[in-house]
Design a protein around this ligand. Structure first.
Ligand code: NAD
Ligand code: UDP
Length: 317
C-alpha cells in the first residue's frame, strides 16, 4: 500500500488553506513535487510561506472554476471554502467551486490519466437520521437552504467523480471528511473550534448556538491527513466513498467547557439562535476506513489536539 513512487508530481487544489497546507507539507516531506493551486479566497500565503523557496514546491494563483493545464501524476481536490460563514458569503461561487471545479479537475485527470482524490464531507449526510453515519447512508439534505450551496455542491461533485470513473475509467478516491481542526485554521472563520478558542483566549463570551446539545465529532488534522494520504494510495479498485474523522462525539456545551478548562479562561457562555439547517448530531462510522486504510484510526484525542491548537491561536490573539 505504501509502495508508491516517491517522486510523483502532485497537484493540491486549495493547497494554501487549513488542510491543504498541511497536506503540502506532508507530500514535500515524502519527497514529491507539489504544485499548490489556490485563489486565496479563504487560504493564505502565510500557511505555505515556509515552502515557497523549496525546490520541489510551486505555488500558482488560480480559480478552479476555470480550466487548468498542467502536467501532474496525482490530484488532491481540496479547493472549496469549508466554514459555513465563508461558504455562505458567496453561495453561487461555492457551488461553482465544487461543481465546475470538479469538472475541471476531472477533465485534467482524464487527459493525464492521473489519479484524483475528492475532499468530500460529512455534509453530504445533511441533518442525519441515521447515527452514526455509515457510507451506505444516503443522507437528509435540504436542497434550498443556506447550507445547500455547500452540501449539494459536494454531493454533485461526488456524482461527477463516480460518473468519470464509470464512463472514463478514471482512478478516483472520494473521502468524506468529518469536522477537523488544528493549527492554521483561520482564526475568524466562524467554525466552532476556532470561535471558542479565540473567544476564550480574549476573555469574550463563548457563543453557543441553540442550547448546545447538538453534537459533532472532532478530528485532529494530523490524523485526518494520514487517512487522506492512505486513501489516495489504496489499490485502484477502491474508489470510496470512505468516512474519515474521529468517532468520539461531543456536545457543543462539552466542547465549550473543555476549551474553558484548557485555556483557564474566565469567559462565560452565552446562548445565540441556532442557524437554520444546523445538523443536530454527527459522528462517523469509521469501520470501512479501518478496514481499507491499513488499520488507520485517530490517535489524538480532543484534549491533546485542543492544546496544540490553543498554542497556535495564542500567537494570533
Ligand atoms: P479552507 O477554507 O481553509 O481551505 C480551502 C482552500 O480552498 C482555501 O485555501 C481557499 O482559498 C481555496 N479555494 C476556495 N475556492 C477556490 C477556488 N474557486 N479556486 C481555488 N482555490 C479555492 O478549508 P479546509 O478546512 O482546509 O477544507 C479543505 C477541503 O476539505 C474543502 O474542500 C472542504 O470542503 C473539505 N472539508 C473540510 C472539513 C474540515 O473540517 N476542515 C470537513 C469536511 C470537508
Ligand atoms: N457553533 C456554536 N458556536 C459557534 C460556532 C458554531 O455553537 O460560535 C455550533 C454550530 O451551530 C454547529 C457546531 O457548532 O452546531 C459546529 O459548527 P461549525 O460551523 O464548526 O461546523 P459544522 O456545522 O459545519 O459542522
Amino acid at each position: 500500500m505504501r509502495n508508491y513512487n516517491p517522486t510523483k508530481r502532485i497537484l493540491v487544489t486549495g493547497g494554501s488553506g487549513f488542510l491543504g497546507s498541511h497536506l503540502c507539507d506532508r507530500l514535500i516531506e515524502q519527497g514529491h513535487d507539489v504544485l499548490c493551486v489556490d485563489n486565496f479566497f479563504t487560504g493564505t500565503k502565510h500557511n505555505i510561506e515556509h515552502l515557497l523557496h523549496h525546490p520541489r514546491f510551486e505555488l500558482m494563483r488560480h480559480d478552479v472554476t476555470f480550466p487548468l493545464f498542467v502536467e501532474v501524476d496525482e490530484i488532491y481536490n481540496l479547493a472549496c471554502p469549508a466554514s459555513p460563514i465563508h461558504y455562505q458569503h458567496d453561495p453561487v461561487q461555492t457551488t461553482k467551486t465544487s461543481v465546475h471545479g470538479a469538472i475541471n479537475m476531472l477533465g485534467l485527470a482524464k487527459r493525464l490519466r492521473a489519479k484524483i482524490l475528492q475532499a468530500s464531507t460529512s455534509e453530504v449526510y445533511g441533518d442525519p437520521e441515521v447515527h452514526p453515519q455509515p457510507e451506505s447512508y444516503w443522507g437528509k439534505v435540504n436542497t434550498i437552504g443556506i447550507r445547500s450551496c455547500y452540501d449539494e455542491g459536494k454531493r454533485c461533485a461526488e456524482t461527477l467523480f463516480f460518473d468519470y470513473q464509470r464512463q472514463h475509467q478514471l482512478r478516483i478516491k472520494v473521502v468524506r471528511i468529518f469536522n477537523t481542526y488544528g493549527p492554521r485554521m483561520h482564526p475568524n472563520d466562524g467554525r466552532v473550534v476556532s470561535n471558542f478558542i479565540m473567544q476564550a483566549l480574549r476573555g469574550e463570551d463563548i457563543t453557543i448556538y441553540g442550547d448546545g446539545s447538538q453534537t459533532r465529532s472532532f478530528c485532529y488534522v494530523d490524523d485526518l491527513l494520514e487517512a487522506m494520504i492512505r486513501a489516495m494510495n489504496t489499490s485502484d479498485d477502491f474508489n470510496g466513498p470512505v468516512n474519515i474523522g474521529n468517532p468520539v462525539e461531543f456536545t457543543m456545551l462539552q466542547l465549550a467547557q473543555l476549551v474553558i478548562d484548557l485555556t483557564g479562561s474566565k469567559s462565560k457562555l452565552v446562548f445565540n439562535p441556532l442557524p437554520s439547517d444546523d445538523p443536530k448530531q454527527r459522528r462517523p462510522d469509521i469501520s470501512l476506513a479501518k478496514q481499507v486504510l491499513d488499520g488507520w484510526e485517530p490517535r489524538v484525542n480532543l484534549a491533546e489536539g485542543l492544546v496544540k491548537t490553543i498554542e497556535y491561536f495564542s500567537n494570533q490573539v
